[in-house]
Design a protein around this ligand. Sequence first.
Ligand SMILES: C[S@@+](CC[C@H](N)C(=O)[O-])C[C@H]1O[C@@H](n2cnc3c(N)ncnc32)[C@H](O)[C@@H]1O
Length: 236
Amino acid sequence: MTGMFSRFKKDPFAFLCRAFNKLVVAPFKYRVKGNYDAERYWKDRFTRYGLSLKGVGDEGISDAENDTMYQKAGRSFLSLCRQRRVDFPTARILEIGCGNGFYANLLAEQGVRHYVGIDITDVFFPELRRRHPSFQFSRLDITSDGLRGEFDLILMIDVIEHITSDTGLQAAFDNVKNCLAQNGIFLVAPVPEKGKRSLFYVRFWSLSEIMRHFTDFDVVASVPFRYNRMLAVRKP
Ligand SMILES: C[S@@+](CC[C@H](N)C(=O)[O-])C[C@H]1O[C@@H](n2cnc3c(N)ncnc32)[C@H](O)[C@@H]1O
């Protein structure tokens, strides 16, 4: 990811407009009682960017830079799945926050047959259903709705940092634990060393804050993911 200074140098006007929007306009529009209206925020953002990776990725960099970042993230994901010997054709897979389907596409290429993608907004569902007719897509808020089903692999990539409250995180992880099969793997990223709140819709959760919810789980793999880690924990 490009640093703040180089982004500013590249296009100072665009940088300042984005900063003003993220720090003043958008919080005013989406903030609700210390949290934010995630459904509205993501719906508006996806409607603005369409299928461009700027919608799910980084708005401050180009499509090509987002593509490079995503290709790298995809390799981290597949390397972790390989380490855990995920059997793609038979595994029952749930993706939390499937966005515009980057990981759904990757999983389809690996021969996955049993895939459920959930997201707080259904903006991309018509396109995702067209691309992957045998996959299932449901609109669901992981922090307040109950999840159903049993899965061998649950992935939640670039979603955890958009859960900004302790209660939201607790509810999301309760859903994960309830739906994971015995010996099932939960894969989550980004996992930084230190947690912090950065923007109205971004709250990074540290490794220890995450592991507090998974005391009886084993950490079975960890690979680099941008500046942080991608983690896999196994249900005993
Ligand atoms: C940064 S995007 C990442 C999308 C995708 N995982 C990827 O890596 O390309 C965050 C995604 O999480 C979804 N999301 C945010 N909060 C959610 C919630 N509470 N429940 C379900 N999905 C949520 C958003 O709609 C969006 O698709």
